[in-house]
Design a protein around this ligand. Structure first.
Ligand code: CS2
Ligand code: MN
Length: 356
């Protein structure tokens, strides 16, 4: 495995490449062109510029998170052909630049969803949290403006104000899209891009739904073992793979993460490993990475990844805000650096004890 950290790019991130470089064992970043909108073609110049910037700091680009998918592709609208062609052009240019991992999601309208970006924990840190009762009473418009106004001035990934300004139209686009249709549209998209992935050796890694169930009545199809395996079979090409995100799949306590990992051998191209704590059946909050701070067994997760021979990039995921740091919620330096160090320690222990 390759330990990495997400980095949103100069001007979009409170964390600097020089800082990431000093986290022990960290060799790569997961980045994106933060200014591009879903559907836009990435220019060769912009790809070359971010690559040069990352490499000048002594790190490499280990993958892209995300090349976002235009809603026309998700809904199967006639304009999808144009947007799939654009996606193929972007993939071609990434492939030519030697970038071989692309994380994306297929969640309608919203990316990840939280009701609180800074819930106070007993140790004085803050963490992102989710309460289903609040979601059940809130208007999606209020949700979107609350996220934008509570994010310390940063634009949250997946919550682009330009796109969410048209929330009503977005919801209308999905009116006739049920889970089955969404799944068909996903397979259609993947089948169209697979020849390009085959040509350049690009691994596509779908990010699970977060939380792992439908919100605001919108369909969601990537949130259980069965659904993940259904997609792997639907487009049975090794380049059609998964981002194993423990914090997303794990929002549903019924998802047995080590078992899911074991079932996806060869198809996990990227791992987001973080912990969370279930408070009540309706409420969870993000915890420190350490097993005892949350509800997940991080040792079992790392062991399962090791046992399937996982060798892709891995990253700590959302961290708490600690030590007075003000950054993009979930994406400060300190707690993620602690997370990376802890995950590296678990990996080393599993690796050495398995060799004996
Ligand atoms: C990320 C997602 O911050 C997060 O929760 O894991 O936003 C992820 O980047 C996207 O869903 C992938 O497209
Ligand atoms: Mn994730």
């Amino acid at each position: 495995m390759q330990m990495t950290m997400r980095w949103f790019g100069t001007g979009h991130d409170s964390v600097k490449l020089e800082q990431i470089r000093q986290v022990p064992g960290l060799t790569g970043v997961i980045t994106t062109l933060y200014n591009t909108q879903p559907g836009e073609v990435w220019t060769r110049e912009a790809i070359a510029a971010i690559k040069a910037e990352v490499e000048a700091s002594g790190l490499v680009i280990a993958g892209i998170e995300s090349v976002n998918i235009h809603d026309a592709i998700k809904t199967g609208a006639p304009e999808r052909e144009k947007y799939i062609d654009n996606y193929i052009t972007t993939l071609t240019r990434l492939g030519e630049a030697g970038i071989k991992l692309v994380c994306y999601n297929f969640m309608p309208v919203f990316d990840w969803t939280r009701t609180d970006l800074a819930r106070k924990r007993s140790d004085g840190s803050t963490a992102m949290a989710y309460n289903q009762k609040i979601v059940d009473t809130i208007d999606p418009n209020d949700m979107s403006s609350a996220i934008q106004s509570n994010s310390n001035g940063y634009v949250m990934a997946g919550w682009e104000p330009e796109r969410l300004a048209h929330l009503k139209e977005l919801f209308a686009m999905y009116q006739d899209v049920d889970e089955e249709k969404l799944f068909e549209n996903l397979c259609y998209f993947l089948k169209r891009i697979m020849p390009t992935c085959d040509k350049y050796g690009i691994n596509m890694a779908i990010h699970p739904d977060d939380p792992a169930w439908s919100v605001f009545g919108l369909p969601r199809i990537i949130n259980t073992k069965e659904k993940l395996l259904h997609l792997m079979r639907g487009v049975d090409n090794p380049h059609n793979g998964v981002t194993l995100c423990t914090g997303s799949l794990g929002t549903n306590p019924k998802n047995d993460i080590p078992d899911i990992i074991g079932s996806l051998k060869g198809r996990i191209h990227f791992a987001h490993v973080r912990n969370l704590r279930y408070n009540t059946p309706d409420d969870f909050e993000e915890a420190a990475h350490l097993s005892t701070d949350g509800s997940m067994d991080m040792y079992a997760i790392i062991k399962a990844l090791y046992d399937i021979g996982f060798n892709g990039p891995i990253r700590p995921d959302h961290g708490r805000a600690i030590w007075g740091e003000v950054g993009m919620p979930g994406y400060g330096l300190y707690d993620r650096a602690l997370g990376a160090t802890y995950l590296n320690g678990l990996w080393e222990a599993v690796e050495k004890s398995s060799r004996k």
